[in-house]
Design a binder for this molecule. Sequence first.
Ligand code: ATP
Length: 237
Amino acid sequence: MLEVRNLQVSYGAIEAVRDVSLSARSGHITALIGANGAGKSSLMRAISGVTPATSGQILVNGRDITRLKPHERARVGVAHAMEGRRILHQHTVEENLVTAWHFRKPPGSFKQALEKVYSNFPVLAERRRAKAGTLSGGQQQMLILSMATQHEPPVVLLDEPSLGLAPIIVTQIFEYIKAYSAEGNRVVLLSEQMATLALKVADYGYVLKHGQVVFDGDRKQLNDGVADLSSAYLGTT
Ligand code: ATP
């Protein structure tokens, strides 16, 4: 369980996240839904520690991680796949996976993890020796997801995993995310601009506007409110 209590993130005078509280349950997928600039990335960055929170608390399974450094949070099991496709473009697919593995120094066997990555995404196996920069957007997202999850962290933050991808690839990526969450009873928090897309994957969702939670609910409640939510908070989808 990931809990965020009264979190505040400011950049100088800009209050990007304002008094946000949420909980993301193990084995469930929780979505942060909001338009461009609503504060989704800032909230995720504060959870993983790459952007400091001004105030508030972050707890993982009851443990307060608010004061831990980003690499210490990673060791507690918080993985963050950031927006903007953070991969090494000049390195091969496999080199990217190796680098991400060693950076986190997890227990267990890299060989086994790699086999699992390639069985989840056979196209990455086919392109294992290709430079990551030559992959399509969908393949890059598969690589990013694999880099964030190959060591099987209990808490995964995914910033807009569907961004810019064709619907068929989004479906594939969402299937992977669902399986990842269910298989290990893991926490998945993902951000999404479009409520309709979030509904395809999320068990629970929080809608953000101007840094504040303006609505939250389970899949049914989101579904019932999707038309109103889209016009009120998200722009038409
Ligand atoms: P997007 O979908 O564009 O990533 P978002 O919902 O993730 O949007 P944030 O990126 O968290 O929103 O931005 C929230 C607010 O904070 C916006 O007003 C944005 O301009 C501002 N902001 C974000 N990062 C910075 C920064 N490094 N310095 C100053 N302001 C920032």
